[in-house]
Design a binder for this molecule. Structure first.
Ligand SMILES: Cc1ncc(COP(=O)(O)O)c(C=O)c1O
Length: 391
């Protein structure tokens, strides 16, 4: 008998929707032309690319030429931040971001620091919300860019993006606002006019689309430097032969998640809250992130006195895939920078675990997790040398 697999790591990546695979397939097999070639096979690929761009623009409520297709969420983040910083440095060299960004943003900012830019890292509340007064106070005449994650990939906390956009523009109308919407794109309305953002990143990997695909919205007239140099693809902003099947798949995935999001959000919130309730019934468990302003599919908890990796491996033995915030760097396990930014101690942060739900998950999956997980915790706690105090 094959073991049942319960995949609860959709924030890491999602399976590709079969409709998406179907939409991509002809662009591998028959319609494989290079969009830059001017014979009909190339023109056909070019046409498909431009139709995909129009469809994406419709969802984002922008013009097709304001969309750049990229090779990942990471690339879009780098393009937005480094590209905007380089092109606007004559006006100022100050950037604002937060302590809970994805590394694609944090490391792009660190690179800019190494090039003489100044970066302010905003702290967050215990629940992962950016302090809006701190944000307002941090904006200066020479602030060229604010980059804030819409929905956090670890704790699921959702920032009030349109409110933040207003604060930024009121303080300095020349400061650009980028949001990383990789985790948010499947759940919320992506109307960039309503949001008030100047740059927006999303990717295929989190929305049942292909991995290695991304999109960056750039507001008309925003000066942005290329970070990849070569041919004149993507309006001269992103060199390299376009990943036509990938782009077709990304846009198909975006359409599918957006069409179904309200109904699916309600379903996921039901499952999420059931899982949270069950986990909080276990002694010494803390919910990380905001209780309500969180992604419909995100559950992140700290289980005191146990290591995240140990729990992950025991759950894996039961066929359950989850994720920890820790990253194994040079042999030592560093707790997640996001959980630490919430003010949690180093020791507690080691016991954080993320469950991220998706389309195929059911009530039975949640029941199964709540059946096997308490026993795993009990077993690990019996072996644990620590007994941490939690408040
Ligand atoms: C919030 C966020 N930004 C950026 C990325 C990076 O995206 P990609 O894996 O497509 O480079 C991810 C994925 O892990 C993410 O969750």
């Amino acid at each position: 008998m094959t073991k049942k697999l319960i995949y609860l790591d959709h924030a890491a990546t999602t399976p590709v929707d079969s409709e998406v695979v179907k939409a991509m397939q002809p662009y591998f097999l028959e319609k494989y032309g290079n969009p830059s070639s001017i014979y009909s096979l190339g023109r056909e690929a070019k046409q498909a690319l431009e139709v995909a761009r129009e469809k994406a623009a419709k969802i984002l409520n922008c013009q097709p030429e304001q969309i750049i297709f990229t090779g990942s969420g990471t690339e879009s983040d780098n393009q937005a931040i480094i590209g905007a910083a380089l092109a606007n440095q004559a006006r100022g060299r100050h950037i604002i971001t937060s302590l809970i960004e994805h590394h694609a943003v944090l490391h792009a900012c660190e690179f800019l620091e190494s090039q003489g830019f100044e970066v302010t890292y905003l702290p967050v509340s215990k629940e992962g919300l950016v302090d809006l007064t701190e944000l307002k106070n941090a904006i200066r005449p020479e602030t060229i860019l604010v980059s804030l994650i819409w929905a956090n990939n670890e704790i699921g906390t959702v920032q009030p993006i349109s409110e933040i956009a207003k604060i930024i523009k009121e303080k300095n109308s020349e400061t650009f606002f980028h949001t990383d919407a990789c985790q948010a794109a499947g759940f919320f309305d992506l109307d960039v006019q309503e949001l008030g953002v100047d740059l927006l990143t999303l990717n295929g990997s989190k929305i049942y689309g292909p991995k290695g695909t991304g999109l960056l919205y750039v507001k008309k007239g925003l000066p942005i430097a290329s970070i990849i140099h070569g041919g004149a693809q993507e309006g001269g902003k992103r060199a390299g032969t376009e990943n036509v099947p990938g782009i077709i798949g990304l846009v198909k995935a975006l359409e599918l998640v957006q069409n179904n999001r309200e109904e699916e959000n309600q379903r996921l919130i039901g499952l999420r809250d059931k899982l949270i309730e069950g986990l909080l019934n276990i002694p010494k468990v803390i919910l990380n992130g905001h209780p309500t302003k969180r992604l419909p599919n995100n559950v992140n908890v700290t289980i005191a006195d146990v290591e995240g990796e140990a729990m992950l491996l025991h759950l894996d033995q039961q066929g359950i895939c989850v994720s920890t915030g820790s990253a194994c760097t040079s042999g030592s396990l560093e707790p997640s920078h996001v959980i630490l930014a919430l003010g949690q101690s180093f020791d507690l942060a080691h016991g954080s675990l993320r469950f991220s739900l998706g389309k195929a998950n059911t009530q039975e999956d949640i029941d199964y997790v709540l059946e096997v997980f308490p026993e795993i915790i009990e077993k690990l706690r019996r072996m644990s040398p620590v007994n941490l105090a939690i408040n």
